[in-house]
Every structure is written in structure tokens, then in C-alpha cells.
Design a protein around this ligand. Sequence first.
Ligand SMILES: NC(=O)c1ccc[n+]([C@@H]2O[C@H](COP(=O)([O-])OP(=O)(O)OC[C@H]3O[C@@H](n4cnc5c(N)ncnc54)[C@H](OP(=O)(O)O)[C@@H]3O)[C@@H](O)[C@H]2O)c1
Length: 441
Amino acid sequence: MEERVEMKEIKVGLLGCGVVGTGVVRLLRENSSIIEEKLGARLVLKSVAVRDTGKDRGVDLDPGMLTDDFRQVIADPDISIVIELIGGCATAREYVLKAIENGKHVVTANKALLAVHGRELYEAAARSGVEIRYEAAVAGGIPVLSAIKGNMAANRFGSVLGILNGTCNYILTRMTEEGADFAAALGRAQELGYAEADPTFDVEGIDTAHKLSILISLCFGTWVAFRDIHVEGISSLTALDVNFAGRLGYRIKLLAIGKRDGDGVEARVHPAMVPLTDPLAAISGVFNAVRLTGNYVGTVMFCGRGAGMEPTASAVVGDLMAIARNMLVGVGRRTAPLGFLDENIIDVPIKPMAETVCKYYLRFSVVDRPGILAKIAGALGENGISINSALQTARSGSEAVPLVIVTHEAREMDVGRALEKIGTLEITTENPRLVRIVDEL
Ligand SMILES: NC(=O)c1ccc[n+]([C@@H]2O[C@H](COP(=O)([O-])OP(=O)(O)OC[C@H]3O[C@@H](n4cnc5c(N)ncnc54)[C@H](OP(=O)(O)O)[C@@H]3O)[C@@H](O)[C@H]2O)c1
């Protein structure tokens, strides 16, 4: 008679069941057989904690499984892995720390939590001997963190560059392809559910900076103080600058840039013009991309869906399976949370933005008089900035006309000084627009 072997079960608790949580519930159900075939064990979702247990979540959840008592899930001795999908910092931090203290492994998609409290959480996980995994926190469904910690781990990374926010990339794509202004493109993104009612975190670059701080820690083995990252969003970009970018052979993207620089790192988020020939220029709509340069692998680029229910759930459940695999063979923490051994992670200074060197696109609104270009060129030259090209559109009959200048490489501080000087010359009718050009990373 054939003997029936019971499949091992690993019990999981879920905190938060919104967009991503619902995706996780569905994925665990719909792909249960493929997960079991690969794992040789069953991942059993035992409890789901939410604020409002009466809300329709579009998935059938056994009423006995749903609770509004988060502490009950975290304390349940049956549960080995807790997934945090609440978002935000304060509550999530409290629950994750408690789960770790109770000996649970943790999976989270919460970049804000990790960017601000990551160090504390990783140290707590080390003390408790549990794993904390967070693939979904950066670039959603793209498995870039696993690649950095895994198969690319032997490299010394020189730079990491990313388009990490689908909302911004969607807005910029519409501005580029349709000539829409920022407000109209944002409105469309909100109608389609790609942007929140309050889009500040996305459009002001904060979400991208949270992700960049995680990428920098993993690539360079450093702690970066989140508040020291230079962050500019896309809300002040105009349709005119997006149009000029195209005419000059560029596309504007919101870039996250991390770069090793001597003993420090560059860590900045800002709109940037990338050449149309650069593969990053072709990343459109809600897609994300991450480009890494390692000293052996060379340059590698990942792209795919950086957010959304299904791609993000894919990354969360991938993490669950990785932890389950370790549990099944009785090992844990084979890879430290940041890839580097905890004792080898150091604090590094972030290079001040004023010291950054790059090429600049500058657009002035100038009064239409002879000699203006010479005055602007003079102020730039006095500050050591040389001009690569200048473009002035034909007279429009209006009082002010746009004058676009593309510089050679210059220091941010010098550009600031030159713009200040130009502001005193009474030849411009509004503040100049500046977009950095990134064509050599
Ligand atoms: N959405 C994405 O595409 C995406 C992509 C990558 C990463 N992430 C990250 O994944 C996490 C979850 O995002 P989401 O889009 O799924 O969020 P969401 O749709 O707003 O869902 C949040 C869930 O957490 C619960 N919750 C919220 N505040 C709470 C509190 N103070 N105490 C207890 N429960 C609370 C909510 O309960 P109720 O349902 O009862 O209100 C809801 O179930 C965030 O960290 C986010 O940054 C999201």
C-alpha cells in the first residue's frame, strides 16, 4: 500500500490587506500548486489583520481568519512568518519590531519604514536570529535586490541609477508624448489609479529617495542618512522644458542616482535629461528600471513593473518562499539583510549637492533685446562655466522669449552663483529653469 506523506505547512500572518495584501492572498491561492511543487511545503495564510474587518476586499477571506487585533497575529506561536503590508512608519515599525522580538521572520514591502528605521530593524532581526526580507520595497516586481545580494554579490559597485516611481514616469511620459502640462498629466494618472489623491510623496521624489537609500546601502555597504539625500520632484517641470529636451535629443526622467565617490557617495533624486539613445529614455509609462555598474559584471539593467497588486505580490511571495526554503533545511540568515555582514556596514558622508559636477540645461525667459546672450554667457564664464550650445527661439511678438543654454560639465555651486548673478542683471522675466543632464553614468 502506498504511504501518504503529509506535506509540511508553514504558517504565515498578514498585517494589512489593501492593494498589495489582496494580491498576496490571491497569489498564495491561485499559484498554490506551483509554490508547493517548488517548495515541497505548503504556505498557509493563517490570519489577516486589517483596520476594518467589514470592508469588501475583493477576495473571499474566512471570517475566522480576519481580525483587527494586530497583536494577536504577531503573538501567535503557530505563525512563523509575518508579512507587513500596512505602509507608513510608526505603526509598521512597532508591529515589525514586536514580530521580530517574538521570533517571527518578517517580509515587508515598506520602503519608507526601511529608509527611516532600517538599521534598527536589521539589528533587532540579528539579535533575534530571524530574517527580514524586502524585495518588493524597491522596484516592485523587479528582483533587483536579490540580484545585488545574490549573483552580483562578488562585485564592487560603482553606481546605481534608477527610474523608481511609476507615477512620476507615467506623468513624464504623457508630458513627453502629448505635450501635456504637469497638472493635466497628474490628473490623468489619478483617474487611472496610478497616482494617489495626495500625490506628494510620489511627485516630490520622496518615494524615490526612500528606494534610493535602500539601493545605496545594498550596493555600497553603507548607512546613508535619509535626510541628507538631495531630493527634487517633478512638479515644477513645464511642458516647454520637456519639449526642449526632445529637440535637444534628450528625454526627462526622474532619476535616483547613487555613485561611489572617494570615501563618500553621491545620493540624489532629481529630474534629469537622459540622451534618447540611452535605454533609460525608453522606459515609459508606469515601468521602472534600475541600472547597476559592477566592476566585474559591467553594466546591467533591469526593467519591469515597479508597482501594482500583482508584480508587488510576486516579490512578497518570492521572499516568503526564500525564508520557507531556509526554514525547511534548518538554516537562516545565510545572507545578511543588506548583503554585507552587519559589522562591515559603515556610515559614509553624502557628497554635498553643491560639489556635484554635471552638464546643465538652463532656460531663461529673456527680454527680447540685442546683447542678452553675451551678458548671460559672461556671467556663466565668470563662474568657470562654458557653454556647449545655445538655442533661442524666433521672436514671438511677446515680451519675453526662451533662451536655452546647455553647458559643459560644471559644479553645482558655480551654476548657482552664475544664476544668482544673472538674476541681478534685469534681463530675465522669471526665474531660470535648470535640469541636470545625465549622460555618463
Ligand atoms: N501599492 C503598490 O503598488 C506598492 C508597491 C510596492 C510597495 N508597496 C508598499 O506596500 C505597502 C502596502 O501598500 P498598499 O498599496 O497595499 O497599501 P493600502 O492599499 O493602503 O493598504 C494598507 C492596509 O493596511 C491597513 N492599515 C493602514 N493603516 C493602518 C494602521 N494604522 N493600523 C493598522 N492597519 C492599517 C489597511 O487596513 P484597511 O484595509 O482595513 O483600511 C489596509 O488593509 C506600503 O508600504 C507600500 O509602500 C506598495
